[in-house]
Design a protein around this ligand. Sequence first.
Ligand SMILES: Cc1cc2nc3c(=O)[nH]c(=O)nc-3n(C[C@H](O)[C@H](O)[C@H](O)COP(=O)(O)OP(=O)(O)OC[C@H]3O[C@@H](n4cnc5c(N)ncnc54)[C@H](O)[C@@H]3O)c2cc1C
Length: 363
Amino acid sequence: MLDEFSIPLNLIDRRVIQMRIVSPSNLVVDFGKTLKPHEFVAMLRREFLRQRDESSGATLLKALVTNLVVPTSTREPYVIHYTMDNCQHQLAVDVIIGADGANSRVAKSINAGNYTTAIAYQERIKLPEDKMGYYENLAEMYIGNDVSPDFYAWVFPKCDHVAVGTGTIGSKPYIKSLQCGIKARVKSKIEGGEVIKVEAHPIPQHPRPIRVRGRVALVGDAAGYVTNCSGEGIYFAAKSGRMCGEAIVKASEGGENMINEDDLKREYLRKWDDKYFTTFKFLNLLEKVFYGSNAAREALVELCGDEYVQRMTFDSYFYKKLASGNRWEEAKIAINTISSLVRCNFLGREMDGSAQKILSRIF
Ligand SMILES: Cc1cc2nc3c(=O)[nH]c(=O)nc-3n(C[C@H](O)[C@H](O)[C@H](O)COP(=O)(O)OP(=O)(O)OC[C@H]3O[C@@H](n4cnc5c(N)ncnc54)[C@H](O)[C@@H]3O)c2cc1C
């Protein structure tokens, strides 16, 4: 993303080169052994992209969109109603890219349908200096029923603090007790820290039923582009926004002609799905298999110790496509996966029915 969107390197708060994954029984695996010298996970702030839009010619309005009136004919404009400086305003436009996040008003206005959401909850905690030193370039992921029944919990280092949080799809009312779970697991590492901000937000679990209607297209969280397993959405929001913008420029021949729904579907949706559908489906499957029970989570952490698994994971994560693997190594991984799962089940913890069904489909 840094290269593709020419993001200045001075915006990076932290370069994480150590990822640690901790299983329900506190088995710890370090996950950065295969990183090349130029590879790291960037922790940065996103405001920059907005400033750059302005310097590239966009007119930014600091406003709240309150309503979108959809025209009845194909050539009439859409009318956006918004509040700015305590006054109501209107803007008539030909095309809309709805980039307004998981609670998208644009999506509601075009009846784009709903998606399942997870809830992510995180506390930003300022640590005493010696404790912050531990998280200098380290990010931690914790898994287990105590921190989330279906996702992971994390400690990510930010500029001068850490973000400690968790997510869940199925146990939203209990998010605060899951947050207590992760804070209990890292108690000694965050002791003496001061909570400076608390954040909670929905995270889409799959694309919306409708992502293009008329001359309106949804991108980012509004469209539902967050990967399962990792909960990654920043890259996909930027990428879908860019692909959609380019599609509109192309179909309208640089703004000379009016576009229609077919243009958006052909130039944006189809290209997006061709590029990412398989990646999103694959990560959805992995989440169901490995986050479904403590036995499966133990198996996941065991597998993460394998250098081939680490290389493939980072290659897919950094370069945003499923890395193509080596058949012999993949056969070995399949066997190791089964043995880890069997061993972890054998050690006394049951895998749930849905994970078992999925595994029998794969193997
Ligand atoms: C706690 C948490 C941690 C996360 N961690 C990561 C991570 O480490 N890596 C990662 O890749 N992803 C992460 N994500 C997901 C990521 O934040 C989102 O996928 C990403 O921000 C989506 O970008 P977006 O531009 O589509 O939507 P948003 O970032 O939600 O932006 C939508 C914008 O639209 C504006 N808006 C909404 N409604 C209106 C309206 N009516 N009028 C005017 N403006 C409006 C909002 O103010 C906002 O500025 C995390 C999410 C959460 C909740």
